[in-house]
Design a protein around this ligand. Sequence first.
Ligand SMILES: NC(=O)C1=CN([C@@H]2O[C@H](COP(=O)(O)OP(=O)(O)OC[C@H]3O[C@@H](n4cnc5c(N)ncnc54)[C@H](OP(=O)(O)O)[C@@H]3O)[C@@H](O)[C@H]2O)C=CC1
Ligand SMILES: Cc1cn([C@H]2C[C@H](O)[C@@H](COP(=O)(O)OP(=O)(O)O[C@H]3O[C@@H](C)C(=O)[C@@H](O)[C@H]3O)O2)c(=O)[nH]c1=O
Ligand SMILES: [Mg+2]
Length: 284
Amino acid sequence: MKILVFGKTGQVARELQRSPQGHDIEALSRQDVDLSDPAACAALIEHSDARAVINAAAYTAVDHAESEEALATVINADAPGAMARACAARGLPFCHVSTDYVFDGTGTGPRAPSDPVAPQNAYGRSKLKGEGAVRAAGGRSAILRTSWVFSAHGSNFVKTMLRLSETHDALNVVADQIGGPTPAADIAAALLGMVRAMAAGQGGGLYHFSGAPDVGWAGFAREIFAQAGRDVAVTDIATAAYPTPAARPLNSKLDCAALADDFGIMRPDWKAGLAGVLKELGVA
Ligand SMILES: NC(=O)C1=CN([C@@H]2O[C@H](COP(=O)(O)OP(=O)(O)OC[C@H]3O[C@@H](n4cnc5c(N)ncnc54)[C@H](OP(=O)(O)O)[C@@H]3O)[C@@H](O)[C@H]2O)C=CC1
Ligand SMILES: Cc1cn([C@H]2C[C@H](O)[C@@H](COP(=O)(O)OP(=O)(O)O[C@H]3O[C@@H](C)C(=O)[C@@H](O)[C@H]3O)O2)c(=O)[nH]c1=O
Ligand SMILES: [Mg+2]
C-alpha cells in the first residue's frame, strides 16, 4: 500500500521510511512541500496516487514556539487541517501525531483521550488547534498523542544527555515531570498498523501511545547513563529549579487503553527501545 508521509528528516518520519512490511512510503521533505503553505499540502494529496496519508512533520521546538506561536500554529494546525480535508474529500485514511503537552499536567493518574485539555505553552496550544482542525475535517482520521519521543536521529533528550555527558560528571535533572518516553520506531510501527486497519475500514479517532513504565526525566537520564556506561551523577531537581521559556506539564502520563482496544497495539518497553537506540548510536 502506498503511503504519503509529510516529514522526511524527523524522528518518526525516518523510522517510517525504515519500516519493512512491504509499505511503499513516499516521504516529503521541506523542499518538497513547506507546511507553512497549507494549500500546497492539500494540493499534493489531491494529486497523489497514495492510498493513505501520515503527517509526521511538525514545529517541535517547544521553547522557540513561545516567540513564534503564529508560525507554529500554521505548521501544527492549519497545515494538518488542510491535509485532513484533502484526505476526507478523496476518502483516504489520515493519521496525525499530537502530544501530551495538550494537557495541563495536573493530577497524578494517566490521562484518557477524552479527558479535558488545557495546554500550558504555545507549542501545546498549536498542537491542540491541529487536533481540532483534523477532527473538524471529517473523513476517516486518527490522532495519535504521544510523548517524550527519542531515536538515534534528530534532537531528543537521549542525545542531549549523551552530549552533556562528554563535558559533565554531574547533572541536575527535573524529577517532578512524569511521563512515558517513546521510541520513534514504535510510533512508526503503530502508525503503520493504524493506517492499514483504517484503509480496511476499521478504527479512527483520538488515541494515546507512550512507552512504559512512566518515569521522571531524572529517572530517564539515569537509565540512559546506566545503559550507555557513562559515569554521570544525576541529582533530582524540581521544575521550578530549571526555568525554561515554555512551561511543561508535570503529569504527562497517558492512558493508552483505546489503542490496544481498537488496534491491538500495546505500550512498548522504552528501556528496550533505548538499548536499540544506544546500539545504533554506537555507545552501548
Ligand atoms: N519530539 C517529541 O518529543 C514529541 C513529538 N510529538 C509529535 O510527533 C510528531 C513527530 O515528531 P518528531 O519526529 O519528534 O519531529 P522532529 O522534530 O524530529 O521533526 C520534525 C519534522 O517536521 C519537519 N518540518 C518542520 N517544519 C516544517 C515545515 N515548515 N515544512 C515542512 N516540514 C517541516 C522537519 O523538517 P526539517 O528537518 O526540514 O526541519 C522534520 O522532518 C510531531 O507531530 C510532534 O509534534 C509528540 C510528542 C513528543
Ligand atoms: C538538558 C536538561 C533538561 N532538563 C529538563 C527540561 C525539561 O523539563 C526536560 C526535557 O527537556 P527537553 O527540552 O528535551 O524536552 P521537550 O523539548 O520539552 O520535550 C517535549 O518535546 C515536545 C515536542 C513534546 O511533544 C513532548 O512530548 C516532549 O517530548 O528535561 C533538565 O532538568 N536538566 C537538563 O540538563
Ligand atoms: Mg525539545
